[in-house]
Design a protein. Structure first.
Length: 246
């Protein structure tokens, strides 16, 4: 009992019934209840908009001290949480926990529809939108909707013309990081995708997939006029010109 009393200070009116605490501190706005007064004070900042913790570097303000401390690590570069397996370091403990699942193979978040499992809750939430059809992110220019915010951000660059990824070799710019990464392989001749049959290597996965059809005999693109089949869609498009006379 003494140990239990030590865990509960004067702000938490402790009621000893298998460690069930009362929640005597209630928010006057939404009636949410708290066992500790300091938690209520932090919660009330949601309603008041108060942000008493200010970053001296970028002037960004925060409502609670713990978030402020994590933010400061962006500027300081401090990464106090280190993976014992690969020594990769993180600024936030939750990021380390998520990372460790790469090594352990743990996937604690399961889709109730298809039983697919995920290592991150955020990945499960995005996946569930495939089943529900929910697309909560909408472009204010053309009203196109997206499952995740990063897809909306990439799409908006079509309208803005923003190309934030710059090649240091040829100064070519790109709107998508994935396209930029593929482009860089032109300069360093990196070919990470290798055919298991003939060991030919490619800079793009799509190029490898097309190549593999040579070995498999797959011809997924068929002419609807003469039924001739092709390995690549571009070959089918060229073939159509024969029928159209263009």
């Amino acid at each position: 009992m003494n140990e239990q009393l030590h865990l509960h200070n004067a702000e938490c009116r402790y009621s000893c019934d298998r460690c069930k605490c009362e929640r005597p501190f209630s928010c006057a706005v939404c009636n949410k209840a708290f066992s500790i007064k300091s938690n209520l004070i932090r919660h009330q900042r949601i309603h008041s908009g108060e942000r008493p913790y200010n970053c001296e570097v970028c002037k960004k303000a925060f409502s609670d001290n713990s978030t402020f401390i994590r933010h400061k690590r962006i500027h300081s570069g401090e990464r106090p949480y280190t993976c014992e397996v690969c020594n990769m370091a993180f600024s936030v403990r939750n990021s380390l926990i998520t990372h460790q699942r790469i090594h352990s193979g743990e996937r604690p978040y399961n889709c109730e529809v298809c039983n697919k499992a995920f290592s991150q809750q955020s990945s499960l939430i995005k996946h569930q939108r495939l089943h529900s059809g929910e697309r909560p992110y909408t472009c204010d220019m053309c009203n196109k909707t997206f499952i995740e915010n990063c897809s909306l951000v990439r799409h908006q660059r079509i309208h803005s013309g923003e190309r934030p990824y710059n090649c240091e070799v040829c100064n070519k710019t790109f709107s998508h990081q994935s396209t930029f990464m593929r482009h860089k392989r032109i300069h360093n001749d990196e070919r990470p995708y290798t055919c298991e049959v003939c060991n030919k290597a490619f800079s793009r996965q799509s190029s490898l997939m097309i190549h593999q059809r040579i070995h498999s005999g797959e011809r997924p693109y068929t002419c609807d006029i003469c039924n001739k089949a092709f390995i690549q869609k571009s070959s089918l498009v060229k073939h159509h010109y024969m029928h159209s006379g263009e």
